[in-house]
Design a binder for this molecule. Structure first.
Ligand code: HEM
Length: 408
């Protein structure tokens, strides 16, 4: 396919349209060349996929490998000092999000029982209680406060800690090191140091659980002799990181969006039955995991282009969710639409394992905030809210909020 759309140099990240919309360079690319070559900062050529159909097709195609170095740890060609990839990287034990079958299948299977819809329904009341306790904590503070620190980060952290059996008192280690791991522009050395500190902690934890299992998910895994300690550590790392950073950013960015759309906030306050649809629409509209990375294991035809074997392929989930060929009036934030089919939890064999958990947390979080804080508003001008364009999971660094009244 020929095109006049310029090849992007580096991944366009600047949220120039609004904090909630894809960079305009990405939108233009989707309209002009939805499967496009791109140049990474080190000059290496890769591909950027922005159209809904092509993104979905790529995620369903096992020839696009997930073995992208240690993907969540350092994405290719963005971290200074990162060597160019010439083949799928060796799999890190237990880090199944960056594995292909059959290893991915074997490890994911050990977890599916803990994340079924039924199991999540059983946990729903308890998760709501955790959110309510955190709302009570928030209500007792004197505003203005940072909603990220006091609510959006604690709720999913408390939930995943309890599920896994990680003491919440140790959150400093995993919250600080996870954040460092997700920064795009720090040296490989600093990232490795953060990774080693976090996995060192988890190694001690799972060794303890293997010796004396308790009633939690990591203990259940530790009872399984087919899993090595290294695998337990890798799995715990993925679950802990994926379990708190993603939902925390959805809660914070979603609240920011609500405060910028007061009519929507009023509508949801008046009719809480709209909440499940609104949560799905927030997921579609905001997609905090805005990019996923894959590696082409052979020449692959996609959207009329040939992606050569060995290419790094970036899948733009947010751009796909805003594709007008898939969703009518895609940039409108509309809780009445059917947002299902969005790409925010991925698609195919790696589709998010924690998606039901995340939905429950978001319903409890947004619903509780709307109910208890009828006068919630930003404490700074919207333009001053610091956006996480420097992180591999998007959102806001802080969300300063204030209020005058709380409700029971
Ligand atoms: C995978 C998004 C919450 C655990 C994924 C993927 C996405 C995603 C896009 C696919 C990655 C890929 O294909 O490479 C999100 C979002 C969340 C969220 C937007 C919140 C709103 C959670 C929670 C957990 C979790 C609460 C709890 C443990 C996982 C795991 C995987 C995964 C374990 C890897 C699955 C696999 O490789 O088979 N998530 N996630 N996620 N997510 Fe989530």
């Amino acid at each position: 396919m020929t095109s006049t759309v310029p090849t992007p140099h580096g991944l366009p990240l600047d949220r120039d349209a609004s904090p909630f919309d894809p960079p305009s360079a990405i939108t233009r690319l989707r309209e002009g060349r939805p499967v496009s070559p791109m140049l990474f900062p080190d000059g290496h050529e890769g591909w950027l996929v922005t159209g809904y159909d092509a993104v979905r097709q790529a995620m369903a195609d096992a020839r696009f490998s997930s073995r992208q170095d240690i993907g969540i740890l350092h994405l290719p060609y963005e971290t200074p000092g990162m060597p160019a990839m010439t083949e799928p990287s060796p799999q890190v034990p237990g880090v199944f999000i960056n594995m292909d079958p059959p290893d991915h299948t074997r490890l994911r299977r050990t977890l599916t029982g803990a994340f079924t819809v039924k199991r999540m329904r059983q946990l729903e009341r308890h998760i709501t209680e955790i959110a309510e306790r955190q709302l009570e904590h928030l209500a007792n503070l004197t505003p203005p406060v940072d909603l990220v620190r006091e609510f959006a980060l604690p709720v999913p952290s408390l939930v995943i800690c309890e599920m896994l059996g990680v003491p919440y008192a140790h959150r400093e280690n995993f919250q600080v090191n996870s954040a460092k791991i997700l920064v795009k522009d720090i040296s490989l050395e600093d990232k490795m140091a953060a990774y080693n500190e976090l996995t060192g902690y988890l190694a001690e934890l799972v060794t303890g659980k293997r010796a004396a299992p308790a009633d939690d998910l990591l203990s259940d895994l530790a009872r399984n002799d087919d899993l090595s300690v290294e695998e337990l550590v890798g799995m715990a790392f993925v679950l802990l990181l994926a379990g708190h950073e993603t939902t925390a950013n959805m809660l914070a960015l979603g609240t920011f969006a609500l405060l910028e759309h007061p009519d929507l906030a009023a509508e949801l306050r008046a009719d809480p039955d709209l909440l499940p649809g609104a949560v799905e629409e927030f997921l579609r509209h905001l997609a905090v995991v805005d990019f996923l990375y894959r590696y082409a294991t052979e020449d692959i035809e996609l959207g009329g282009e040939t992606i050569p074997e060995g290419s790094t392929v970036v899948l733009a989930l947010l751009a796909a969710n805003r594709d007008p060929r898939r969703f009518d009036d895609p940039d409108a934030l509309d809780p009445h639409r059917n947002a299902r089919g969005h790409m925010s939890f991925g698609h195919g064999i790696h589709q998010c394992l924690g998606q039901q958990l995340a939905r429950i947390e978001m319903r409890a979080g947004f619903g509780g905030l709307l109910r208890r804080f009828p006068t919630l508003r930003l404490a700074v001008p919207a333009a001053e809210v610091r956006l996480r364009t420097d992180m591999n999971i998007y959102g806001v660094h802080e969300l300063p909020v204030t209020w005058t009244d709380t409700a029971p």
